[in-house]
Design a protein around this ligand. Structure first.
Ligand code: HMG
Length: 394
């Protein structure tokens, strides 16, 4: 049975900040953020946007793109590390906002940035096992990445969601869950204690943990796929906390094959997957899948039938290297989503407005918001300890 990703949806907040503006305000050379980190712009979530609203918009785009009906969904999973409740999953809010039926498994997965990949693998196995009985899975990766003002992690924040409709006979990417290399280790590279809205990170150690994980996962993959080397991939998409990390990942991966000049293949194999992430920043669980959407929508090469490699990393840690085959017509389908136009429509913030939003988010969970601008899915506030949302037509 062929299984994989049938459609993709992406959402980003309506606000962003140029990293050149942030660098100047922090007294840092802009080239450090633009070239050294490899990100130009990052998404900033206004206070009526949260993991739920981002997830709902991405999911709606994926469903519309595939022409899927709510009652075709038999599994709805949201992978997130920035959930909104200790008990009620983000996926239940999404179920309500999208009108997904009651004959459905609805839950949330968490393992830092790897949570969405865990859900994707589970969805593939659910379909392949026959338990899905012809139904589809909706896997949504949604997060708001926050390290706080004036921290080293500040230029590596971001916000966004990517939804993956997973089905038999997929129209974007065929995946083989029996050939995926894994690596896990109990490390304290990045974490967010229950009492904190901002993540804590041992930044340079986290980079090393990521590199150890890609080595472990890729070596495992090579054992499962004897004879396959990095040269066999038309493109590679990595987890992108920031663009430079993808370059480091690529060097590490190719060095395992014995490649002494790994940068030579970077533009051909990786650059297209970084075009959108460089304008959004880290979106944690959705980061790898935004790289995939970027590859399919911006690559100038014909990828029909081509093998691509994907690497997912979640701090803590768990990682997976797996392969997919691009289905004929996939690039046109993703291009039709006009993702660059979605990014271009965002409003650029001044440093003062960005800092004001960052501070205001600290208090949003405890009060009901007085006014809410705009249309679409949005967070209205907390009433009697219950979070409330509005849909597009409310
Ligand atoms: P830092 O100490 O501010 O920066 O932290 P740096 O001194 O390491 O410099 C960064 C790069 O800029 C270096 O390049 C410099 O040489 C270069 P590299 O040596 O790495 O190739 N540089 C310049 N380039 C051009 N012009 C200049 C200039 N100055 C310096 N003038 C760090 C950087 C990424 C550590 C920090 O931002 C951070 O802690 N970020 C958060 C952690 C992170 O993203 N870790 C990534 C791996 S872990 C992961 O991916 C999981 C995660 O997504 C969470 C999850 O799983 O949920 C984070």
């Amino acid at each position: 049975m062929k299984v994989g990703i049938d459609a993709i949806g992406v959402s980003v907040p309506a606000l962003c900040i140029d990293l050149e503006v942030l660098a100047k305000a922090r007294g840092v050379a802009p080239s450090k953020y633009l070239d050294g980190i490899g990100t130009w712009r990052m998404g900033v979530a206004p206070i009526d946007e949260d993991t739920v609203t981002l997830a709902a918009r991405a999911a709606q785009m994926a469903m519309t793109s595939a022409g899927a009906k709510p009652d075709e969904i038999g599994m709805l999973v949201v992978g997130t590390e920035t959930g909104v409740d200790h008990s009620k999953p983000v996926s239940s809010f999404v179920q309500g906002l999208l009108g997904i039926g009651s004959r459905c498994r609805v839950f949330e997965t968490k393992h830092a940035c790897y949570g969405g990949t865990a859900a994707l693998m589970m969805a593939l196995d659910w379909i392949r096992s026959g338990s899905a009985n012809g139904r589809k899975a909706l896997v949504v990766c949604s997060d708001i990445a926050r390290y706080g003002l004036k921290t080293p992690g500040e230029p590596t924040q971001g916000a966004g969601a990517v939804a993956l409709l997973v089905s038999e006979n997929p129209r974007l990417l065929e995946l083989d869950p029996s050939r995926t290399g894994q690596f896990a280790a109990d490390v304290h590279d990045f974490w967010r204690p229950l009492y904190s809205k901002d993540a804590f990170v041992d930044g340079h150690y986290s980079v090393q943990c990521y590199l150890d994980a890609i080595s472990g996962a890729y070596k495992h993959f090579r054992e499962l796929a004897p004879g396959v080397t990095a040269d066999d991939f038309a493109a590679l998409a990595y987890h992108v906390p920031y663009g430079k990390m993808a370059r480091k990942a690529h060097r590490q991966l190719r060095s395992i094959d014995g490649d002494a000049a790994p940068d030579a293949s970077f533009d051909a194999q990786v650059s297209a997957s970084l075009a959108l992430p460089a304008q959004v920043g880290n979106i944690y669980t959705g980061s790898l899948y935004l790289a995939l959407a970027s590859l399919l929508s911006t690559s100038t090469r014909d990828l029909d039938g081509q093998r691509i490699g994907l690497f997912s990393y979640g701090s803590g840690s768990c990682a997976e290297f797996f392969e997919g085959h691009v289905v004929a017509g996939a690039q046109a389908r993703v291009q039709a989503l006009q993702l660059q136009a979605l990014l271009d429509a965002r409003r650029k913030l001044t440093i003062e407005d960005y800092e004001a939003i960052m501070r205001a988010r600290e208090a949003t969970d405890e009060k009901t918001m007085e006014t809410v601008a705009g249309d679409g899915f949005r967070f209205l506030g907390v009433d009697a300890h219950k979070r409330t949302y509005a849909g597009p037509s409310a």
